[in-house]
Design a protein around this ligand. Structure first.
Ligand SMILES: Nc1ncnc2c1ncn2[C@@H]1O[C@H](COP(=O)(O)OP(=O)(O)OP(=O)(O)O)[C@@H](O)[C@H]1O
Length: 449
């Protein structure tokens, strides 16, 4: 099999040579072009597997080349070589379709990671017709236009390395979407490492993300790799990224820009190749305006935004989602013959389609799980759903309230919480007891008085 062939477009002879040698060591041949015009000629003449281009070329911009390749060679990955500090152009190039960038002075480890990822991408485009490629465990259900658009964008995002920021209310499937980008993408052979940024104590964020050396602080009894290292070669999913304290945001920005991390107490940085996906249910633009989130970091993580719609925006998907969820739950339920799954009555389906679902698909899962436990016979009736009107849409949009759905109290009336326990449970969940009481009521759980 012939070696992969790269086209390197730059007018600096020294840099061209350095890249050529690095590629040769990786078993990749390279042809070079000092200008945009020459690059286009080379592309016509041979089958190129990967293109690396400077942003500033004597006869035009590297962005023109990105657009030319997107139009004529849509399967060809192109990465940009950017001047130090010109992150904005790197971001613009990725928005235009470049799959990644490497900053000057070129770090060879970062360059090697990038080339490996590009070649995997190339390999994948050859394999794309293989049955079963890119199939994730849990599919994203929904035939509505909006869900079809989400699926199409996920497939597109899987083919780039650009950092993706997923927005959407709690329970809309942000993590599921991130997993799909991972399983369909270049880093799918690596691990998918989800991190709930809000759950890490502020003083441990740095060591959790970047690792630490033994003895670097009290309690650091051994060297410990950070989540960036754990995710190397795979995808790091920073959920609730808006909850990161400002000092950690500075470090994260540096890690993204340098594609390298420095463990706490370590003398040197380690280069890491990860796909970064982040998410938040908060409005990050507002967080930036109010000084809680760094604008430069926002700009870096939000190269491409994927918005997960609230369930009430696509109620037409509710019957399909409900059927899928019931099927999955029925399989898990002991004692139920496999393949046997109660169906929702027409009245129950209609009620679900009119329910506002402040907790989105996760809430639908909870409602159905409870209904499945309560229903008798083959049909889930309206009464089995225990749907209640939310107090107010604002209060129910609070994620903490939704988080209560995860408390193991899904069967109503089995649990009788005393007032004291209620206080303790509420404080453990970071809720007011009023909010917890409200959620329990909505779940139909008695408070024992
Ligand atoms: N379109 C969908 N099809 C099938 N399952 C879905 C869909 N959307 C969400 N789910 C399911 O709903 C549950 C909640 O999804 P997920 O955890 O991805 O939401 P999230 O937006 O990350 O929530 P949070 O912000 O609270 O972390 C999961 O069990 C997920 O599999």
């Amino acid at each position: 099999m012939p070696k992969p062939l790269a086209l390197v477009v730059d007018d600096e002879a020294d840099l061209l040579e350095l890249i050529r040698i690095t590629l040769a060591r990786m078993g990749v041949d390279a042809v070079t072009a000092p200008t945009l015009a020459e690059a286009k000629r080379q592309l016509e003449q041979q089958r190129i597997d990967l293109c690396l281009s400077d942003l500033n070329l004597p006869d035009g911009s590297g962005l023109d080349l990105v657009q030319h390749i997107a139009a004529h060679y849509p399967d060809l990955p192109i990465a940009m070589i950017t001047a130090y500090g010109s992150m904005e152009s790197a971001v613009a190039a990725m928005k235009a379709g470049a799959f990644d960038f490497v900053a000057k002075p070129v770090d060879l480890a970062a360059l090697r990671n990038l080339v490996e990822a590009a070649l995997r991408l190339r390999g994948r485009s050859v394999l794309a017709t293989d049955a079963g490629e890119g199939v994730a465990d849990t599919p994203l259900i929904g035939s509505s236009n909006v869900m079809q658009q989400v699926r199409a964008l996920i497939a597109k995002l899987a083919r780039t390395q650009a950092p993706v920021f997923i927005t959407g209310e709690s329970g809309t499937g942000k993590e599921l979407a991130a997993r799909l980008i991972h399983t369909q993408g270049l880093h799918r052979r690596g691990s998918f490492v989800p991190v709930n940024c809000g759950a890490i104590p502020p003083d441990l964020v740095e060591s959790e993300l970047f690792g630490h050396k033994k003895g670097s602080f009290t309690g650091a009894v051994a060297d410990k790799p950070g989540l960036f290292q754990v995710a190397a070669g795979g995808t790091l999913f920073l959920d609730e990224v808006a909850e990161l304290p400002l000092p950690a945001q500075v470090k994260l920005l540096r890690a993204i820009q340098e594609k390298a991390v420095r463990p706490v107490g370590a003398a040197r940085e380690i280069s890491v190749d990860i796909r970064l996906i982040s998410a938040s249910h908060r409005d990050l633009v507002r967080e930036v305006e109010e000084g809680r989130f760094r604008q430069d970091l926002f700009y870096r993580i939000n190269v491409i935004e994927l918005r997960m719609p609230a369930l009430r925006e696509h109620p037409e998907d509710i019957p399909e989602l409900a059927e899928y969820i019931l099927g999955r739950l029925a399989k898990r339920t002991a004692g139920r013959p496999t393949g046997h799954c109660p169906k929702l009555s027409a009245e129950a389906v209609a009620a679900l389609q009119h329910y506002p679902f402040p907790g989105n698909v996760r809430e639908l899962e909870n409602i159905l799980e409870r209904a499945l436990a309560l229903c008798e016979g083959d049909s889930i009736r309206l009464a089995d759903l225990y749907l209640q009107e939310p107090l107010s849409s604002k209060a129910t949009a609070d994620r903490h309230e939704i988080a209560v759905d995860r408390v193991p109290v899904s069967i109503p009336n089995e649990l009788s919480l005393q007032e004291r326990d209620l206080e303790a449970a509420a404080s453990a969940l970071g809720l007011t007891s009023l909010a917890l009481r409200y959620r329990l009521k909505r779940l139909g759980i008695g408070l024992g008085r």
